[in-house]
Design a protein around this ligand. Sequence first.
Ligand code: LMR
Length: 332
Amino acid sequence: MKMIKTLIASTVACAALIAPMTQAAPIEIKFSHVVAENTPKGKMALKFEELVEQRLPGKVDVKVYPNSQLFSDSKVLEAMLLGDVQLAAPSLSKFQKYTKKLQVFDLPFLFNDIEAVDRFQKSDKGQELLTSLEKKGLMGMGYLHNGMKQLSAYSPLKVPADAKGKKFRIQTSDILAAQFEQVGGIPLKKPFSEVFTLLQTRAIDGTENPWSNIYSKKFFEVQPYITESNHGVLDYMVVTSKEFWAGLPEDIRPVVAKSLKEAIAYGNEVAGEKTRSDRQAIIDSPRSEVLSMTDAERQQWVEAMKPVWKQFEHEVGKDVIDAALASNQKKS
Ligand code: LMR
C-alpha cells in the first residue's frame, strides 16, 4: 500500500513538473500595416494587442508591425493567404485584385463627408461588401476610418487646370488613376513607404491623403500647398484569412472578435480626433499653406472628375453606387 502511495505521489509530482513544459505555445497573431503608430490604424492595432493580451494572457500573442516593417500593402494579402500574417487593414483602394466592388470608395466626390461614408458602411450594402472577399479566402472584419482625402502639391491646386501635366502618386487603384487623368494629371501607383522620398526628390509633384497621413508621415514638410478638397475617402477594411479564423479554438475566437470590434470602435474615435488635430497642426505649421476652394472652384473639380463614375459603373455595380449615394441623405 505504502509503495502504491509513493508511486502515486511521484507520478503527480512528475506531472506537475512536466505540465508547464507541455503547455501549448500562445497563438501568434501578426498584424501588419503601413502607417505610423500615431494614426487611427496604428492606434487601433495597438489597442487590439492590449485588449487581447489582457483577456487571453499566455494564450494569444499579438505582434503589431507598423510602417511597412513586415509587408507593403501590395504583398500583405498574399502573405495572409499563405499564413505569414493574420491581420491587416489595407486601405479600401487596395483590394481591386480581389473585388471591384470596394472601388466604390474611390469614386471622386461620391460621399459628401465622412458621416455619409459611415452611414454607407453601416448600411445593408456596406455590410454585404464586407463579405465580398470571401471567395478569395479573406474575411472582412469591419471598416475603420481614416478620413477624407486632401490634395497636396508643390504648386497651388485651386482648379483642375492646375493639375495638368503634374505627376501624382496614387494607391493601386484604376479609379484613382482615372480620376487624375480626368484633370490632365499623370498618376503613378507607388507604395506608401516611398511617398516621402518621391516628394522630397521631386520625382512626383503631388499626392492625395487624409490629414493624419499627411501629418504623421511629414508630407506637409515637403508639400508647400495643401488644398482642402475632401474629394474622396481613405478608409480601411480590417481583414483576416478564413482559414486562420476557422482554425482558432472555440473559446478564443469570440474573445478575439470582441477585442477587434472594440479596437475598431476606438480607432474610429481616434480618426475623428486626428482629422481635427492633425489638420490644425498642419494649418499652424509654417511649412505649408492650406488652401480652401470656393464653391465655383470645387464645382469645376466635380465636373471634371465625375465622369469616372460612369466609366467604372459596370465594374463597381450601379446598385452599390446608388446605395453609396443614398447615404449622403441624413436619416431623420
Ligand atoms: C496609402 O497607400 O496611401 C494608404 O493606403 C496608406 C494607409 O494605410 O493609410
